[in-house]
Design a protein around this ligand. Structure first.
Ligand SMILES: [Zn+2]
Length: 92
């Protein structure tokens, strides 16, 4: 006769299976994937994936903005040079 003291049916009821409502996705995620956000004394939960995505999105938008402003500056400079050159050629 063997003594099995640990009940096997209770193993699934751990913290890992806890789910929380994500205010960003408006769905439930695992608690392990969530981060607690406190704003104006209100505690809300948001998933780490959406936080990372938003941060990446902002960084990409910033990089894209810098790229476009640099491109715009180069383009306008080129256009000004062309205008100046054509004007000089016409005058000469
Ligand atoms: Zn989420």
């Amino acid at each position: 006769m063997t003594m099995t003291s640990t009940p096997a049916c209770n193993s699934s009821n751990s913290n890992g299976s806890e789910r929380r409502f994500c205010y960003h996705c408006r769905t439930h995620h695992h608690a392990t994937e969530m981060r607690r956000i406190v704003s104006r004394n209100i505690v809300r939960w948001r998933c780490i994936a959406s936080i990372k995505a938003a941060r990446q999105d902002a960084a990409m938008r910033e990089a894209f903005g810098q790229q476009t402003t640099a491109a715009n500056r180069a383009d306008s400079q080129r256009r000004m040079e062309l205008i100046n050159r054509s004007r000089y050629q016409r005058e000469a």
